[in-house]
Design a protein around this ligand. Structure first.
Ligand code: ADP
Ligand code: MG
Length: 418
């Protein structure tokens, strides 16, 4: 780079306001199906503050819902046909008969939508055919959970359309029926695992359906219990910067499955139901390293387990600091989480490491990769007045490293699906 080359300007991905998102979905529906929809519902993407790769280990996670949402305009049909269109998928209208919608039979993005209807029907809910038009400002495949946003938007839309009574209502950013939403979240997980064939641990769907505005969602993945922890960064002159690395990622599902299998095997070798048990049982924890060391891949297993148990500790510490009003104190926990994911769990990548290092150098109080890894996004806790400067520094670092330009968003704890 020559000294007079212009500094790259950060590209921001703003969230649409609710009226705009609803209007877009409604307009796409009307243009596609030549009639107005019965209604529009929406659901947020999420960003996880801390607690990564803990959900499938019965651990703790702490996501917030994003202001970025996926909108679903729907209308009921008298037959069992589902007709779907998405502004993010230029392939046009797709059609699936619910009678034919079984795992493995539906490919591509319609599997997420039809999967939700299938899971609801499997659970005994009277769901029939429908037309649906989707539009979204949740960054796609960026680790911000556009997939769960899609499932949750469809779930609450079908809940309203077929009068299922599970989603309740959202008042002042808080849902009034958490039990019904927990049931919907489980069905969305089934849709993603079984119909879309994507392994997912449940955090994303819980965040989209069960989060509360102005709060982080402390999710206990062992029993599905949640606690809403006040999370108002603006009150502390702080902001949460999301860096979508736009890294092309490959082999993600295979790596995810390997990590998951390693954790399950380690738990079995330790005689524990899951690694959460190891995290909270001092005795088990003390003998874990020695017990795993004589495995052929013992050194790797020790590191995988160490990530999971220390990450669960960090979630508890993070919540403790928030509740003590020490919001700046969560920064070092974010840094430690990133190091653990990079070195022990080995799910980071060059783009994520560059983003995290550049953000810290430019004044972030803490930064880490978020989501499953191998690309996707990073989050940085920054003084509010440094938001543009930190984004500019990260964009410059990507440019200097010869990486594709990242995209940026600002995360505030937003309302759940509804
Ligand atoms: P992430 O959830 O991190 O964004 P995933 O790979 O889990 O990434 O999910 C992305 C997939 O979800 C897309 O490839 C597509 O199949 C589906 N999807 C998400 N949002 C939409 C949308 N607005 N329209 C159509 N398909 C979508
Ligand atoms: Mg996803």
């Amino acid at each position: 780079m020559t000294t007079d080359a212009p500094a790259p300007q950060p590209t921001w991905t703003p969230a649409w306001d609710r009226a705009e998102g609803e209007e877009r979905a409604r307009a796409l529906f009307a243009a596609t199906f030549e009639s107005p929809p019965d209604g529009v519902r929406s659901a947020p993407g999420r960003v996880n503050l801390i607690g990564e790769h803990t959900d499938y280990n019965g651990g703790l996670a702490l996501p917030i819902a994003l202001p970025h949402r996926t909108y679903a305009a729907v209308a009921r049909r008298d037959d069992d046909l589902v007709r779907l269109v998405s502004a993010q998928e230029p392939s046009g209208v797709r059609e699936v008969r619910l009678a034919d919608a079984v795992p493995g039979a539906v490919t591509g993005w319609p599997a997420y939508v039809v999967g939700v209807a299938w899971a609801l029907r499997e659970a005994g809910h009277a769901v029939g055919g429908f037309d649906v038009a989707i539009d979204s400002c949740v960054p796609f495949g960026a680790g911000l959970s556009s997939s769960a946003a899609l499932e949750a938007a469809v779930a609450v839309a079908l809940d309203a359309l077929f009068g299922l009574g599970l989603a309740g209502t959202v008042v002042d950013g808080a849902a009034d029926d958490d039990a019904g939403r927990a049931a919907l979240a489980d069905l969305c997980v089934r849709a993603e695992n079984e119909m879309a064939g994507a392994p997912t641990g449940g955090m994303d769907q819980a965040a989209s359906l069960r989060a509360r505005a102005g709060h982080a969602l402390l999710l206990d993945c062992r029993d599905g219990a949640v606690r809403h922890v006040p999370f108002d960064l603006a009150a502390h002159d702080l902001a949460l910067l999301v860096v979508d690395t736009r890294a092309p990622h490959s082999h993600v599902d295979g790596e995810y499955a390997q990590r998951r299998a390693a954790c399950e095997r380690a738990a079995t070798l330790l005689g524990a139901p899951d690694l959460r048990e190891v995290a909270q049982d001092a005795d088990l924890r003390a003998r874990a390293d020695a017990a795993l060391a004589d495995q052929p891949d013992g050194e790797v297993l020790v590191r995988r387990v160490r990530h999971v148990v220390t990450e669960i500790d960090r979630v508890t510490a993070f919540v403790g600091r928030l509740e003590d009003g020490d919001v700046r104190g969560v920064g070092p926990l974010m840094d430690a989480s990133h190091a653990s994911l990079r070195d022990d769990y080995e799910v980071s990548c060059r783009e994520l490491d560059v983003a995290v290092a550049a953000a810290r150098e430019a004044g972030a109080l803490g930064a880490r990769m978020t989501g499953g890894g191998f690309g996707g996004s990073a989050v940085a806790l920054v003084p509010a007045e440094r938001l543009d400067a930190v984004a500019g520094a990260v964009a410059a670092a990507f440019d200097a490293a010869g990486l594709r330009a990242p995209a940026f968003a600002v995360a505030v704890a937003a309302p759940p699906a509804g």
